[in-house]
Design a protein around this ligand. Structure first.
Ligand code: COA
Length: 166
């Protein structure tokens, strides 16, 4: 399995896999791929990593610039998606490890909104006062790379607020 940057030829496969993987979530809207497409169109994808196995794109991780409170320099990780047939084989973890390795050189820390039971294994945790309006506080998590303390609203790219009907 190879982790590498996306190429133009990967784009349709990335959209398909993000949609297919996210359908497993009860809160899926079927429009999650559009988040990645909009980030890409806006030049806002600071990372777009694919996991490739025998020529097939089986996993994807996106990252984009974010702010926490009045602090720039955070990286928002998401969506992270692995094709269901490839789950529990370490693909998500490998994508995350490579993303964190790269983001450490460019960001003060990483943040995300997701299941703490999964992301805790990578060192993500909630912080008092770190929030996204409308989200339970425990799903809003950060992993500082330096002595930054994430405090305030996690402000991410407008692509994440895409109207599901749009
Ligand atoms: C979450 C996801 C990316 C993990 O990918 P993966 O390649 O299966 O992950 P890994 O193989 O590295 O890790 C699998 C481990 O995480 C656990 N895990 C997966 N999702 C979990 C969750 N929501 N909560 C707790 N544990 C979870 C698995 O049980 C497994 O545990 P084990 O190692 O003890 O057996 C994948 O399940 C997926 O695409 N899910 C649908 C989309 C999604 O939920 N994306 C994240 C939100 S943006």
């Amino acid at each position: 399995m190879l982790i590498r940057n996306e190429t133009a030829g990967d784009i349709p496969a990335i959209s398909r896999l993000v949609t297919e993987a996210m359908l497993l979530l009860p809160q899926a809207t079927g429009t999650e791929a559009r988040i990645v497409e909009r980030l890409r169109a806006d030049g806002a994808l600071s990372l777009s990593l694919v996991a490739e196995e025998t020529g097939q794109v089986i996993g994807h991780l996106a990252a984009s610039a974010a702010r926490i409170g009045n602090q720039d320099g955070w990286a928002l990780i998401g969506p992270l998606a692995v094709l269901p047939a490839w789950h529990r084989q370490g693909i998500g973890s490998a994508l995350m490890a490579e993303a964190l390795r790269r983001l450490r050189t460019t960001s003060r820390g990483a943040a995300l909104v997701g299941d703490p039971a999964y992301y805790g294994r990578f060192g993500f945790r909630s912080f008092p006062g770190l929030f996204v309006p409308g989200c339970p506080p425990d799903v809003v998590q950060a992993l500082p790379f330096d002595d930054s303390t994430p405090h305030g609203e996690l402000i991410h790219h407008p692509a994440f607020g895409l109207d599901p009907q749009a």
